[in-house]
Design a binder for this molecule. Structure first.
Ligand code: KG4
Ligand code: ZN
Length: 333
């Protein structure tokens, strides 16, 4: 089954063609960093406008690289939510137009399910059940994936997402956008033990996350310390990154321990972070747990993961009507 995936939930316009739901024939990602960089964050109106400009060329390129035409498609999978409504609408409208014109089966995919599916696109894929830590710019949550397409959320952020914290701290440090890669680069030359930033633990013991406290702590530190030298910026970046990594690793391991699930998937944009990948690998290695981290290109937003998730839903007989609409707060579980 040849499936076209379309992803426009935030600030990447992406299209991919997959064969059998796992073989990537093409995966095109058009970043909008040039549009949002000057503002230090995603400007929703500009995001949807850029999606509108590039969605057709991006789809065309994905089809060309895969050597397929619109009439060869057995299905179309599009991100329905969660995300920015104006951005989602562009992808959904494009998908519906193709489905209507060619009578192609259509399915809506939850963006977070897509992120989890990125682990299934690697040669070494996890068996069920597994615990998935999804860490992105908009979400930070832990899911138990009991069986295919069966999700239960066991923890989530109570305020900011981890990626959001990276982006905001990068802005505070004048490191530019997107913040995650910028912090990672700056942290390389810094001392991760230079500053002690707070880690949040929930008074009710829930495996939930909170990143607004550390963001405020960094802001206070920067204000108190005055203009920072490049060395001081590196120390703040390294200390911040180490604290976030420690929290994410500790809470995931604790949840796995409590649930008796020793198989972890790490995914989402923040999973591109080397310090996080290495820390979780080390801890899982020590415990003999299985760990699955998709390649960086599959961790950050892409349409291959959407096509993979959509493929399985199409095979299961799911179809979206042409009245299907973008849902900015679509829940996974
Ligand atoms: O999954 P994603 O591409 O988009 C959303 O669904 O949100 O995640 C984007 C987020 C941004 O906040 C970005 O700063 C963060 O992932 N990110 C990183 C790294 N690369 C991207 N955070 C930390 N380290 C990285 N290397
Ligand atoms: Zn994402």
């Amino acid at each position: 089954m040849i499936v076209l995936g379309i992803e426009t939930s935030c600030d990447e316009t992406a299209a991919a063609v997959l064969d059998g739901g796992r073989k990537i024939l093409s995966s095109v990602v058009a970043s909008q960093d040039d549009v949002h960089g000057p503002y230090g964050g995603v400007v929703p109106e500009l995001a949807s406008r850029r999606h509108l400009e590039v969605v057709v060329p991006v789809i065309r390129r994905a089809l060309r690289e895969a050597g397929t035409g619109l009439t060869d498609l057995d299905g179309i999978a599009v991100t329905q939510g969660p995300g920015l409504v104006g951005s989602l609408l562009v992808g959904c409208s494009a998908a519906k137009a193709i489905a209507w014109a060619h009578g192609t089966p259509l399915v809506g995919v939850n963006h977070l399910e897509g992120h989890i599916y990125s682990a299934l696109l690697e040669e070494r894929a996890p068996e069920h059940p597994f615990l998935a830590l999804v860490v992105s710019g908009g979400h930070t949550a832990l899911y138990v994936v009991e069986a295919p397409r069966s999700y239960a959320r066991v923890g989530q952020t109570r305020d900011d997402a981890a990626g959001e914290a990276f982006d905001k701290v990068a802005k505070l440090l004048g490191l530019g956008y997107p913040g995650g890669p910028a912090i990672e680069r700056a942290a390389r030359g810094g001392n991760a033990k230079a500053i002690r930033f707070p880690t949040a633990s929930m008074s009710d013991g829930a495996p939930d996350f909170s990143f607004s406290g550390i963001k405020t702590a960094v802001s206070l530190h920067v204000r108190r310390a005055g203009p920072l030298s490049p060395e001081q910026v590196a120390d703040v970046a390294a200390s911040f990154q180490a604290t976030v990594v420690k929290t994410l690793v500790r809470k995931s391991l604790r949840a796995g321990q409590r649930l008796g699930i020793r198989r972890l998937v790490l995914t989402g944009g923040v999973a591109a972070n080397t310090a996080l990948r290495e820390a979780l690998s080390a801890e899982c290695g020590e415990r003999g747990w299985e760990l699955f981290i998709p390649s960086r290109a599959l961790c950050t937003d892409n349409a291959a993961m959407i096509a993979a998730a959509g493929h399985d839903r199409l095979v299961a007989g799911e179809r979206a009507p042409l009245t299907m609409n973008a849902d900015p707060s679509l829940a996974l579980a």
